[in-house]
Design a protein around this ligand. Structure first.
Ligand code: NAD
Length: 261
């Protein structure tokens, strides 16, 4: 329960990796601000379960992170309801798979807004409060695609490389303020984001579902296993501990050996 009394905002925590991180932080006693989209009843069930897990508070904020103003308002609510955010996890993200010449410009804009620019806004709102408290943790869910590329994912790869750069830059700016800034770069994790890109990848590469799973998704992952949400969440939880106070500006791979090649 090392996070008792701390508040964690985990963006995109109604699903997948974000929900896993929210659960790991709640298990360590943190208050949680859940964010993301989804079905109201399912979100309420998860929110209530987080309170049982932590013995603290969990709130849901429906801010659309592609909108700068919505992010600002979310931080105002966090200040009012929780006295600010101690741990920020920039996790919300989306994918779109298409050859560059057919890539819809509106999809490009949306992916850059959500997977990159949203983190600029959340970090700039979070840092002043963390500085005041002399403690903070900022974690980005980047991707193996923050280190290497794959074809047909131009916007995603661009945004994730950007997030890795933002992480390093801010880590240097706040290094003497008790705040660490890192990103975690998973390989393929079995979540709705991965499942939903299978049909488009089948189309783009003219492959069957099985071929996409084995010859595209797991082809580059030497362990031949999907990473689990719990494995990513456990690393995020470690980064919030005092033992991790000197891990900053790092891009930590959890990718079954993908980027070692
Ligand atoms: P997911 O689709 O399960 O979850 C995405 C979350 O983002 C959801 O909660 C969704 O509601 C939220 N979201 C989407 N648009 C939003 C918006 N405009 N405003 C606020 N929230 C929004 O996906 P996931 O696989 O859990 O992905 C989480 C993060 O992990 C993403 O940044 C993704 O790029 C990254 N990642 C995933 C994998 C993987 O293999 N699944 C690998 C590497 C990195």
């Amino acid at each position: 329960m090392h996070l008792k009394g701390k508040t964690a905002l985990v963006t995109g925590s109604t699903s997948g990796i974000g929900l896993g991180i929210a659960k790991a932080f709640a298990a360590a006693g943190a208050n949680i601000i859940v964010n993301g989209f989804g079905e109201a009843d399912a979100i309420e069930t998860e929110r209530a379960a987080l309170e049982v897990l932590s013995g603290g508070k969990a709130a849901y904020d429906d801010a659309d992170l592609t909108k700068a103003e919505a992010i600002e308002e979310m931080f105002q609510r966090a200040e009012k309801d929780f006295g600010g955010v101690d741990i920020l996890v920039n996790n919300a993200g989306m994918q779109f798979v298409s050859p560059i010449e057919d890539f819809p410009p509106e999809k490009w804009d949306m992916i850059i807004a959500l997977n990159l620019t949203a983190s600029f806004h959340t970090i700039r709102h979070a840092v002043p409060v963390m500085r005041k408290k002399g403690w903070g943790r900022i974690i980005g869910t980047a991707s193996a695609h923050s280190l290497v590329a794959s074809p047909f994912k131009s916007a995603y790869v661009t945004a994730k490389h950007g997030l890795a750069g933002l992480t390093k830059t801010v880590a240097l700016e706040v290094a003497d303020a008790g705040i660490t800034v890192n990103c975690i770069s998973p390989g393929y994790v079995w979540t709705p984001l991965v499942e939903n890109q299978i049909p488009d990848t089948m189309k783009a590469r003219k492959m069957t579902r099985e071929q996409v799973i084995n010859d595209v998704l797991l082809a580059g992952q030497p362990t031949k296993q999907f990473v689990t949400v719990e494995q990513v969440a456990a690393l995020a939880a470690f980064l919030t501990r005092d033992e991790a106070a000197n891990i900053t500006g790092a891009n930590l791979s959890v990718d079954g050996g993908w980027t070692a090649q």
